[in-house]
Design a protein around this ligand. Structure first.
Ligand code: SAM
Length: 277
């Protein structure tokens, strides 16, 4: 008898994959946490039944949420990660020698604990001397921060449950306050096929607060629709004005200087989401 995991990405559509072993299955104080061993994508972290990260395709998301803003800002010394419990975003940030401190605010300590136990490469940045892990609500941390960070990355779950507050208009204003005068923020903003309204709202709210607001995309096969987006808000630096010759070679498998620019080229239906009032 074979076991299969299915994520219903909408009421009417989903993905399914063969499961070889269940490594963790626990209801934490915040969400249902599962770590499963799958035939196709290796070990997989699920929160409330949704794919968060997998051993096989995690590099796409973690390279793109970090290297695009960190090569856009000329001197990203202080970086904040909201969420990111699996550790992959912190791992990629640490590849930038110019970064002096990475502060991560993750609400659920169990995500960190089990990622360290079962996802060793993804969580390999934990414990680096430049990192500070705070177990707490990223929303509270942002509201209580002012003029501290060069870059803020919101690596949260979907805007339900503990992450609901991380997608509100007030949160973006709070991010702007927590950033320095030339700061940049990036938030993961789901997919344009099933969550167009979320992207429209994120872009609208970001434009209200930041002079430069842009969407960029990448391909993540285990995420809903496979097309994933990030919303960038920047107080000063334009990601498309980065001189590609100044982008150092990063040890990775997805991000390149050419992709830095190309990821901002959007299909027409996605561009239209960004332009809607
Ligand atoms: N890459 C994934 C995605 O795009 O859906 C996100 C990965 S990471 C596991 C998401 C993390 O956000 C989880 O560990 C979750 O506990 C955390 N999180 C959710 N709401 C939060 C909040 N209000 N403050 C801090 N962390 C939060």
């Amino acid at each position: 008898m074979s076991l299969w995991f299915t994520e219903k990405q909408t009421e009417y559509f989903g993905i399914t994959g063969k499961v070889n072993k269940t490594l963790e299955h626990e209801r934490t104080d915040f969400q249902q946490l599962d770590i499963i061993e799958t035939q196709q994508f290796g070990r997989m972290l699920l929160l409330d039944g949704m794919v968060m990260t997998t051993e096989k395709d995690e590099f796409v998301y973690h390279e793109m949420i970090t290297h695009v803003p960190l090569f856009t800002h000329p001197s990203p010394k202080k970086v904040l990660v909201v969420g990111g419990g699996d550790g992959g975003t912190v791992r990629e940030i640490l590849k930038h020698p110019i970064v002096e401190k990475v502060t991560q605010v993750e609400i659920d300590s169990k995500v960190v604990e089990y990622s360290k136990k079962h996802l060793s490469y993804i969580s390999s940045g934990y414990g680096d001397p430049r990192t500070e892990l705070i177990i707490g609500d990223g929303f509270e941390h942002i509201i209580n921060s002012e003029d501290i960070y060069d870059v803020i990355l919101v690596d949260s779950t979907e805007p339900v449950g503990p992450a609901a507050g991380l997608f509100t208009e007030g949160f973006y204003a709070g991010i702007a306050k927590a950033l320095k005068t030339d700061g940049i923020f990036v938030a993961q903003t789901d997919n344009p096929w099933f969550k167009g309204d979320l992207i429209k709202k994120a872009m609208r709210d970001t434009k209200k607060v930041f002079p430069i607001a842009k969407l960029y995309t990448c391909n993540i096969p285990t995420y809903p629709s496979g097309m994933w987006t990030f919303t960038m808000g920047s107080k000063k630096y334009n990601p498309l004005e980065v001189n590609l010759n100044n982008i150092a070679d990063i040890d990775g498998k997805y991000y390149t200087p050419e992709i830095h620019h190309a990821s901002f080229v959007l299909p027409k239906f996605v561009q239209q989401l960004c332009e809607e009032k």
